[in-house]
Write a protein that binds this ligand. Structure first.
Ligand code: DSN
Length: 425
């Protein structure tokens, strides 16, 4: 790069990623081919519309790329329809809301302080101003059990037009069948926001909500799915006529979604990004991706167990997925942000997060959220989890000694260097 300042920052970020361990559960490392696709000249092209139905000329290659990305996404998730254009997870969710709902309609989603996501109606979002969000949550924060009885009562009372299953801070499994039963009873469309676990679903390590009768699944493509930053919407059913505004019926959902993504809320798709999605979907279709998905879960369970042995108190007592939430004040009398800052000093990257019924505020919450997707991509196995738990414990105990923290950091750097980034190959 000619700009020396930016080149230095790029180099510094590469060193940070290489010399540390990435434990944020929503991050991952992409392959060299995904990086190549992102940096390709497809970024130069405008392609408003969909394959075969574009507004500008010169689409002979973009059409093929997008068609391939769509076919691969459908195969990966057993969907009838895929829209690969959403720029990220938030626009994917908003496109679904706008495709199906009218302003003032009701959405039933997980309590944000019990693990639900910002885009599921946090008061600060534009969606919360347009739609009425009602909530389900946990019946028991000790086990993480969702209160399905209460969810049913709320659904019968509030008559939501959309029910969302999905989370960004929940370490347990959802009972998709219960969602489907409740949704069918009240006539709601069922949307699974699988942004966090899409790669584990694609790798068949976790069940697929579409198999249970969910109508729509949204996801990002850059978390466990290990693709470029981006969004994806999958559904059952086929597009009738994307050029004609259809009635809002379940059969028309794919058409409604396509029309809402473009021209409803986005302009030209980012074709370099769609090329990179097509690359990542092919990688996720390979047998070795199934091994990866299984290993993410094995590492997560092992790390949870090693952390418990070191005295960390985990929210819900463990994990069923890639994500672990630590209750920091109950473990070591510090808050989640302080823990995040200590771990930054030794090269372990995680993020602070609210825990259910948190007594602390969101910017300085009690929880520390971590996960195993990125370290599993680097090649770490169960036996390596004890090291991470040990570094975490030691660094908290040594938090007032810069010298001790520096010593731990050297150990982390030396260890991390043994695990190349996938883009090195
Ligand atoms: N920021 C993502 C996460 O970390 O879970 C969700 O949007």
């Amino acid at each position: 790069m000619k700009d020396k300042i930016l080149q230095e920052l790029l180099d510094a970020e590469e060193t940070r990623q290489r010399d540390g361990l990435e434990l944020i559960p929503s991050e991952n490392y992409v392959s060299k081919d995904v990086l190549t696709a992102l940096g390709s000249i497809f970024t130069n092209k405008y392609s408003e519309g969909y394959p075969g139905k574009r507004y500008y000329g010169g689409q002979e290659n973009t059409d093929k790329v997008e068609a391939l990305a769509i076919e691969r996404a459908k195969e990966l998730f057993g969907a009838d329809h895929a829209n690969v254009q959403p720029h990220s997870g938030a626009p994917a969710n908003i496109a679904v809301y706008q495709a199906w709902l009218n302003p003032g309609d009701t959405i039933l989603a997980m309590r944000l302080d019990h693990g639900g996501h910002l885009t599921h109606g946090a008061p600060v979002t534009s969606s919360a101003k347009l739609y009425r969000f009602v909530r389900y949550g946990l019946s028991d924060v000790e086990t993480g059990e969702i209160d399905y009885e209460e969810m049913r009562k709320v659904a019968l009372r509030e008559k939501p037009k959309l029910i969302i299953a999905g989370f960004s801070g929940y370490p347990r499994s959802l009972d998709y069948q219960k969602f489907v039963d409740i949704g069918n009873e009240v006539g709601a469309v069922l949307m699974a926001d699988m942004a966090h676990i899409a790669g584990l679903i694609a790798g068949k390590a976790l069940p697929n909500p579409l198999d249970f009768g969910f109508h729509i699944m949204t996801t990002t493509t850059h978390k466990t799915l290990r693709g470029p930053r981006g969004g994806l919407i999958l559904s059952k059913g086929i597009v009738s006529n994307p050029l004609k505004a259809p009635e809002k019926t379940i059969e028309n959902l794919p058409t409604l979604i396509d029309r809402e993504v473009f021209p409803g809320m986005q302009g030209g798709p980012h074709m370099n990004n769609i090329l990179a999605k097509a690359v990542a979907f092919e990688e996720a279709l390979r047998p070795e991706f199934k091994e990866y998905a299984k290993q993410v879960l094995k590492n997560s369970k092992q790390l949870a167990s090693d952390l418990i042995s070191e005295g960390f108190k985990l929210v819900t007592g463990g994990t069923d997925n890639h994500l672990i939430m630590i209750d920091m004040p109950s473990s070591f009398g510090i808050d989640g942000r302080e823990a995040q800052e200590i771990f930054d000093k030794i090269g372990l990257t995680a993020n602070c997060n609210s825990i259910p019924d948190d007594k602390l505020p969101p910017f300085r919450p009690s929880g520390l959220r971590l996960g195993t997707p990125a370290i599993t991509t680097r090649g770490l196995k169960e036996k390596d989890m004890q090291k991470i738990a040990d570094w975490m414990k030691r660094s908290i105990e040594s938090r007032n000694s810069l010298e001790d923290l520096e010593k731990i950091r050297e150990e982390v750097v030396e260890f991390s260097k043994k695990f190349p980034l996938p883009s090195d190959n």
